[in-house]
Ligand binder design. Structure first.
Ligand code: ADP
Ligand code: NI
Length: 218
């Protein structure tokens, strides 16, 4: 099977597995991450094949939808890639990336993915959480969880552990301070950092207007 066929089959597999999942984790998120990861990979000189496979499979089993099981993603990805008969070296690289890309809360140590390809996928995933689409995804997620937009009496928290981050129930605006505004400075590559600058500024502008309107200003 040639590489193009592997990518096409994996796209079909992921699309079928995630279709209609909602809450910002639909097929379109995967497609945006695949596209921007490919763009970053080209400019950073990363292996495009590994980057595409890992981007496609990076959310195949999100811990939030698998009862806290953080190993489900790499496990499902591995059995899929094995079913295609790919070499163990490729499978190992892709599964390691899937394992390494998840964000684990602001106060927890941030480890860079060990490969350039992993860094690229992580950057692409993070870019999709900021800018206009990031704002839309945050409120979509908050709505799905039944959270309010904003509660003036509840301040943002810096979660000190992954468990605490997973349990958090705070209003959606707090998520901007707990995660989204931190992402720009966490970008691994220069290419992603440049894209993040504009998206970060847009979020800041949005928050400025949100609070102005909240206070009854025009
Ligand atoms: P990713 O696809 O980048 O791995 P996550 O699985 O962490 O992201 O979350 C999916 C989307 O939902 C992201 O856009 C993220 O910002 C948003 N999200 C996650 N947790 C919250 C929250 N507590 N409040 C609002 N939005 C959230
Ligand atoms: Ni993702």
């Amino acid at each position: 099977m040639d590489r193009q066929e592997v990518i096409a089959k994996t796209e079909a597999f992921v699309k079928e597995s995630l279709d209609g999942q909602g809450a910002g984790h639909d097929w379109w998120h995967i497609q945006r991450v695949e596209d921007s990861a490919a763009r970053i990979a080209e400019s950073e000189g990363a292996d495009l094949y590994i980057v595409r496979l890992a981007a496609l499979l990076h959310d195949i089993a999100d811990y939030k939808f698998h009862a806290g099981d953080e190993d489900a993603g790499p496990r499902i990805a591995r059995s899929w890639l094995q079913s295609l008969g790919l070499p163990e070296g490729v499978i190992e690289q892709v599964c390691r990336i899937i394992h390494e890309v998840s964000f684990r809360g602001a106060g927890t140590p941030v480890e860079r993915p060990s490969s350039l390809e992993g860094q690229v996928v992580q950057d692409a995933d993070r870019l999709d959480a900021i800018g206009a689409i990031g704002i839309a995804r945050a409120f979509s997620y908050g709505g799905y969880k039944g959270r309010s937009l904003y509660e003036p009496d509840i301040s943002p928290e810096q979660h000190s552990s992954f468990d605490e981050y997973k349990r958090n129930q705070s209003p959606t605006i707090n998520h901007f301070y707990e995660k989204l505004l931190l992402l720009r400075d966490l970008m691994n590559t220069e290419t992603a950092r440049r894209i993040a600058d504009g998206r970060h500024a847009y979020i800041q502008e949005f928050l400025g207007r949100f609070f102005a309107e909240w206070q009854g200003r025009d």
